[in-house]
Ligand binder design. Sequence first.
Ligand SMILES: [Zn+2]
Length: 192
Amino acid sequence: MTAHAGGDGDDGASDPSGAAGAASEPGISGAASNPGGPVAPSEPGGSADCLFCRIVAGAEPASIVHADDAVVAFLDAVPVNPGHVLVVPRVHASGLVDLPVDVGAAVWRVAHRIAAFMRSDPAWSEGVNLHLSDGAVADQSVGHVHLHVIPRFKDDGLRIVQDRDPARPSRDELDAVAARLSRDLTKAASSS
Ligand SMILES: [Zn+2]
């Protein structure tokens, strides 16, 4: 599945990580300039090479929407619509595997609150997408976990499409995959 941002898409916002595929994920590169000011304190585990760690540390400008002990939420520099927010953990984690589950829950809590508010006010959205890309093949272009809260409007130009006809496996095939995944999840949980 690939997400395509409408409009001018990649407007050249910097992605110092140099990761490929920045144009494919809707507007996740960089953060807007803003007088919102620092979001200190900085996170000890952060990386100077990571754009979002620098934002969390207040070393990079961003338009802050929310900040608490675990999470910072700021506007995407290349928004699909006004109010397109990125919710990031203060602690650096390149992917979900590296992110403590309780911090992930804190990220979700903030995203849920923002998205639920947007759904309650038609001036902010007619619908919402929550979107998280984990890994280069999933079009993650900044290597610090971030959850998009994307306010949506009819015909706003964002399409989430699959470039081939979707498969429709039989129930037996689905059950076999479910059994395998359930078994592997249980095995992973018992070994951790
Ligand atoms: Zn980081």
